[in-house]
Design a protein around this ligand. Structure first.
Ligand SMILES: Cc1cc2nc3c(=O)[nH]c(=O)nc-3n(C[C@H](O)[C@H](O)[C@H](O)COP(=O)(O)OP(=O)(O)OC[C@H]3O[C@@H](n4cnc5c(N)ncnc54)[C@H](O)[C@@H]3O)c2cc1C
Length: 420
């Protein structure tokens, strides 16, 4: 276990994608002493790979979104990870869910119309929720709600249109065969990460910033805070003097809820291709999406979000499995029931160091991302997925925000170099 130093130039709070990105940039600069203070007994935060059945499963981030623009794609390849480029079929194959080919075309056209309407409305003076552009009583409204719960972790009435359209998506999505979490474990190798060192207070009154952690006190000239907005908004970390603007911005950018259930699947499925994507229901927002035999593995990955996920988390893995088994039996035939067993599941809302899955902006709060990301007195810097202006809610957005904060911290230290 890394010893807790008493004094460093830069302390990074959190060893998720943003914290690892920040720490690597600082480490590579070679001019400053650093420590990463991490509450958990592992690195990666919301990127975490496990292997309960011998093959890797990503509990959090799995997809290299905007993979052709994602800086982690070339890094992963350089480190010898195998990048799987088969494009996902998210919500494009509704005929597998009992819809006709004509209905599937209608849905795809409607989805495009929604995209354009969101862009149009986002330029209006007043921000509003994504639900604003729903057609009242529309045939596909429940599926639009379900897709919002998967993409944003929240239903359409809670999500800012203006923020939503700022997200940049190149449409290319890749996976890492070894797991996204394993990549971040590799990227954290050699970094001075003090685990089980939850920070409870950042006192930035004096010349030296004082950090109270579960393992003792550290002083630092600069601090980079990379914890989720939920941790800031609930004041799990207290700032002295208080930072009310940060608290308000974090509250405007809550974490939505998305969870996964991993199911083992015995034997092949007749008439079903491998690595396909299924939508459980096209008529209820309380549904799951499924990757069947992803990367040819004997498994089904189930994904669900929003209020539905929050409720299922409370009920536990058995309830998740029972729901998924019913939907899958309806779609693939009841014989599948005997061949499935639950492998693992997540409960990101109940996780004390995440308290949710990824950030969305409440209506009227799109500009909170810039408020959250702004440094305080050029001494306390902020990073994390919620600080990203265009790649929020993703691992690469977090990584890039960490690098930006590290560069700002380095620049702020430059005039004082040699004084310490
Ligand atoms: C189910 C799910 C699926 C997802 N799918 C994708 C995907 O396919 N692609 C993608 O790009 N993104 C995906 N994401 C989002 C992605 O995982 C996150 O946006 C990203 O990992 C966030 O990184 P971060 O560094 O900002 O925060 P975190 O990963 O949360 O890191 C913050 C760290 O701070 C630590 N911490 C918290 N409180 C304290 C404290 N008081 N003191 C010290 N340390 C503390 C935490 O333990 C954590 O390690 C998914 C997330 C989930 C949950």
């Amino acid at each position: 276990m890394t010893d807790l130093p008493s004094d460093v130039d830069v302390a990074v709070i959190g060893a998720g994608a943003a914290g690892i990105g920040a720490a690597r940039r600082l480490w590579e600069a070679g001019t400053v002493s650093i420590v990463v203070l991490e509450a958990r007994e592992r690195v990666g935060g919301r990127v975490h790979t496990i292997a309960p059945a011998g093959f890797p499963l990503d509990r959090g981030a799995e997809w290299l979104h905007s993979a052709d623009r994602n800086p982690l794609s070339p890094i992963a390849q350089h480190l010898g990870f195998s990048v799987h480029r088969r494009p996902p079929e998210w919500t494009t194959r509704l005929r597998r869910s009992g819809e006709t080919v004509e209905a599937e075309d209608e849905w795809i056209a409607l989805r495009e119309a929604q995209r354009l309407a969101r862009r149009r409305v986002a330029t209006e003076a007043e921000d509003g929720p994504l639900a604003m552009v729903l057609e009242p009583g529309g045939r596909w409204n429940e599926l639009l709600e379900a897709t919002s719960s998967w993409a944003n972790g929240a239903e359409l009435d809670r999500v800012s249109i203006r923020d939503y359209v700022r997200y940049e998506d190149s449409g290319t999505n890749w996976r890492l065969r070894e797991g996204y979490g394993r990549l971040f474990e590799r990227l954290a190798e050699g970094l001075p990460v003090a685990q089980e060192a939850a920070v409870s207070q950042v006192d930035h009154c004096g010349d030296a910033i004082r950090l109270d952690t579960a393992r003792g006190t550290v002083t630092a000239s600069r601090v980079i805070v990379t914890v989720p907005t939920s941790i800031i908004a609930c004041e799990v970390i207290r700032f002295n003097p208080p930072l009310p603007d940060k608290l308000a911005a974090a509250a405007g950018l809550p974490l939505g809820v998305d969870d996964k259930l991993f199911i083992s699947l015995e034997g092949p499925l007749p008439d079903v291709e491998h690595d396909i994507y299924l939508v459980g229901s096209t008529t209820s927002r309380e549904t799951m999406s499924y990757q069947v035999r992803p990367l040819d593995r004997p498994a089904i990955y189930c994904f669900f979000g929003g209020r539905f996920a929050a409720a299922l988390e409370r009920e536990g893995q058995e309830a998740m499995f029972s729901f998924a088994a019913d939907e899958l039996a309806r779609l693939l035939g009841s014989a599948i029931r005997k061949r499935m067993a639950p492998l693992a599941s997540t409960a990101w809302l109940q996780d004390p160091w995440s308290r949710g899955s990824y950030s969305f902006a409440l209506p009227g709060h799109a500009d909170d991302r810039a408020v959250l990301a702004a440094p305080v007195d050029d001494r306390v810097f902020f990073a994390g997925e919620a600080c990203s202006p265009n790649f929020f809610s993703t691992a690469h957005g977090a990584w890039l925000s960490g690098i930006s904060a590290a560069e700002a911290a380095l620049a702020s230290l430059r005039p004082a170099a040699g004084n310490r």
